[in-house]
Design a protein. Sequence first.
Lengths: 248, 391
Amino acid sequence: MKRPLRPSTRRSTVSAFLALVCAGASSSCVLAVHDEGSSDFGSGRSKSSLVSANVKDSGGPSGSSEMDLELAELGLEVARHEAAGSRFQAEAALELAALELDQARQALSQAEADGSLKLDEAQLDLQRATNRLIEQKAELAELESMYAEEEFAQKTKELVLTRGKSQVAMAEAGLMLAKQRMKLLESMQLPAEQAKKSLAVQKAELGLQKAEAGLKQAELKGRVQVLQAEKKLAETRDKSADDGEKKE
Amino acid sequence: MTSGRGRRAFLAALAALACAAASPAAAQDEVPKSMTAEEARPAMEHALDWLLANQREDGAWGTGVNDVLWESGFSVETYYTWQVAAHGLVCLALLEVPETPERRAALERGLEWLCTAREPKRGSDWDSDFVWSGLYGSVACVAAATDPRFQEGEWPGLLEKAGRTYLGILERNQVPTGGWAYYDDPIYSRRPKWATSFCTALVLPTLQEALGLGWLSDPAILARATRYVERCAVPDGAYEYDLNPVPRINGGEHINRIQGSLGRTQVCNWGLREVGVDKITEDRVREGVEVFFDEHRFLDVARLRPIPHEAYYANAGYFYFFGHYYAARAINLLPAEEREAFHAKLRPHLVKVQRRDGSSTDFHDSLTMKVAGTAYLALSLSLGMPQEKAP
């Protein structure tokens, strides 16, 4: 299981990403962002006015070459930012996937323990219902035996016996229900509940694998983007140097 | 208006007073462990004075209406039926105690009211409290009918008529298992189905005497009632509150344990022994009386609690006087030489609960409860007085 990032690491990652987002939001186009050679986040300064002036002032071949160079430098910077942003997002997704897996596993474990408790409770209810029936039958038998001793108050006795008989009938029905409840719990409810939780764990495991792959993909793509931008910058510098020599 | 400091001082004094009053140690200091008959006599006289002073012009004691909020909720008839029962207890007390002209006059007026009062009726489907009037109405009438002072003139006829009326309530309401009580439960029926050991036991000797007087013709009534009380007996000396086909006692505090049976054990032992049940030996009676004193704190702590059965072992406030009266009766079943020691222990528990005006109650402060409580108090003390019953 992937351990969550340490709070300090998480904070620095988040602040870097926020700086990136803020920088993007504050410019009208990507060209408006400039960083003076630093590859670290957070030190970027907006030079949009300067860049705009340069674009406006550029006229001849020399100006065009300088602009290409600057664009290539900016392109490299953007590629680095994008690579870092993608990596951050992939790392965050991985962290979330790990947490979700953790939660799903806990829920499964809890469901297993809870299921065992529910089963014990149902077993107790069943025992209680069984005892109640035994007691009600015994009480009725005792009452009948007491009443049988002499012929007295027959109508009232009949009322009491009717009440006793319905108590036995209720106890029988209660026992039947307790048995059904136990069976339902054992054969359907608890297995279904556990299957649901197991499925959630499986989903979370897949989610984690996907996030891990996403992180690898983001790293590779970022590396490609940065390499391409570096290559382009190198080519532009070479071209700019050639142009300078020709001019001389 | 008093100043803040003055109010605080007043409240502090009040709190100190309340603490002192509530202190069990202080209360125990005031109650002696034993008391002679002569020391207790003023309390008995005072109780009787209160009863005489509170007899109504028509000869009745108590009131037939609800006069405390705590007792709301019963059927309208029930307050009257309680009055009849409490009135019967005062008559019993006056029959028992040494006679004076004032007491004799009060007794005659009281018996006349008992004999001419409207026959109590069942108040509602569940509330059959009128059985109480059947019980103590019968006991009082039979006691008067067997008293030499009431063998002449109109008395025998009056007492027989009333006695048959009160006994008729019992005949019609004896539950199938043989006992009596004061509620019914669904399915409601003309003849109730629920009984208690103590209600049944208190009337056993009276039923026997009523059979002797010819007021009852069917001896099976007594046999069934006796069997009911016998069946309520629990091996440890307790009696079940009510008879269950299978006795109900759980492992913890339960009314059917000995500590919850203190108010019932005495009346059941006394009632059964009086009608000749061999199992209730002197030893058994003695054990019951001894446990009454050993566990007496459970009755003390329950007394005056306004909610029925709210004390330990579901003891209720109104078990107090009932228990003490039948403890006095049970003591008098023991050999003569043993009685005084037990009465001496019993008296302080009666005297300590008497109010300054001579009355007492163990439950609510309704007039009927005060009448019943004061009558029980006088009766219980009189049973421990040496050879004083009027000729």
